[in-house]
Design a protein. Structure first.
Length: 398
């Protein structure tokens, strides 16, 4: 979904914020309706009934009627789709949207000068998009907008930047046709290690930016809630975080495009990232251990872009991504297939205790991932398990 930087005027920005507020209001009403449901009660209203209720609300409240009906109905349709995804167990349950955090709305309808919306190019680097009850809003024309676009979404991030995303499905990137396979080992110290020997790292904040981030966090802790000073500090923090996020996104796009173009099959570990980054706080009765260390590890995992990289690979190279069982990939010698935890001497050093093979630990794991495309008895694909595994000692209760 291509995203463009929107450049609204002050008056247009106020109108866009009203659209975001109306979409958020309608969404939260739908969440409230579904939150009252309990077993034995009548089911919550569906999309058609919610649209009828929205028509009645618009007739009664002038401030809601002043907004765009397209924006408000699409918020209901987005909520219906979110509930469908939740019941199909592909996404989490929809929750409340908050001001200054969830600022977005979607426009769907016929495209043309006399219809809901339209797109036109003004100059080489400037384009305009027609938004209901806002008019023509300029955006930076960084790439061509396809003719197959049927809808678009306008968003505002915490740093105060506006973006417009035109919904279109780009064509997949063709592979080289050589049959070459690459294994990708994702880590914290090294974001992505390839079986070809390359070590790739997602960009992070520079030292000066990291120091400024720490100062802003301390200043935010001292600022009084609701004060103008606190708002300015939060905005400065959001801009710094947005800069880091943009760099990571740019790295993910370039890395995934390079892998999709240069290799026919891309093997990655089948990691459950959601389970890996869960908090270790525990409960009051059973508090967790090493909570601060676990929180630091979670931040490092998210900063490495593990999930974003695989997601973009699956979108750019559909059908060419192999998910491999990650079991023992970091302890297996790629030369003799000997498995032992002592093989990995440190985070970066790997030395096999059986054959003496030495390599970078992440590259050795990536080679195991690339070679782990053995077909199992059930027809799936999993990492081939060697037979000369050392027995593991297990402590028995006294």
């Amino acid at each position: 979904m291509p995203r463009y930087r929107l450049q609204p005027t002050s008056a247009q920005e106020q109108a866009l914020l009203e659209h975001c507020a109306h979409a958020r209001f309608v969404w939260n009403l739908a969440v409230e309706q579904h939150s009252h449901w309990k077993p034995g009660r009548k089911s919550a209203p569906r999309f058609a009934e919610q649209c009828r209720q929205l028509t009645e609300a618009r007739a009664e409240f002038g401030w809601l009627r002043a907004g765009s009906q397209v924006v408000q109905q699409q918020a209901l349709k987005d909520f219906t789709q979110a509930m469908t995804n939740y019941f199909e167990k592909t996404h989490r349950k929809p929750t409340w949207r908050k001001c200054n955090q969830d600022e977005s709305f979607r426009i769907v309808g016929r495209r043309g000068p006399n219809w809901n919306w339209d797109v036109r190019r003004v100059s080489r680097n400037v384009g305009e998009v027609k938004i209901p009850k806002v008019g023509w809003v300029r955006f930076r024309w960084s790439r061509t907008v396809g003719d197959d676009v049927k809808s678009f979404r306008v968003t505002r991030d915490r740093a105060g930047r506006w973006h417009v995303s035109f919904v279109s499905i780009p064509a997949p990137i063709p592979g080289p046709g050589t049959g070459e396979v690459v294994g990708v080992d994702r880590g914290v110290a090294v974001s992505a290690a390839l079986s070809t020997g390359e070590l790739l790292n997602a960009p992070i904040l520079r030292d000066t930016e990291a120091k400024r981030l720490l100062r802003l966090q301390r200043k935010l802790a001292r600022a009084k809630k609701g004060s103008n000073r606190r708002g300015k500090v939060k905005l400065a923090l959001a801009r710094l975080r947005a800069r880091e996020k943009d760099r990571r996104k740019d790295w993910v796009e370039k890395t995934s495009t390079s892998l999709a173009r240069n290799f026919d099959v891309i093997a990655v570990e089948d990691l459950k990232i959601g389970n890996m980054v869960r908090s270790a706080k525990g409960t009051v009765e059973m508090p967790g251990r090493n909570v601060q260390q676990k929180a630091s590890l979670n931040r490092s995992i998210l900063a490495s872009g593990w999930g974003q990289l695989v997601e973009r690979l699956e979108q750019k190279a559909p059908g060419r991504i192999e998910r491999i069982n990650p079991r023992y990939t970091s302890q297996t010698c790629n030369a003799c297939k000997h498995i032992a935890s002592e093989n990995r001497e440190s985070q970066a050093a790997f030395a096999c205790r059986a054959c003496g093979h030495a390599d970078h630990a992440d590259i050795n794991a990536a080679k195991n991932i690339a070679a782990g495309r053995a077909v199992t008895a059930r027809g799936g694909r999993a990492l081939a398990q060697p037979v000369n595994r050392e027995p593991q000692l297990r402590l028995l209760p006294a």
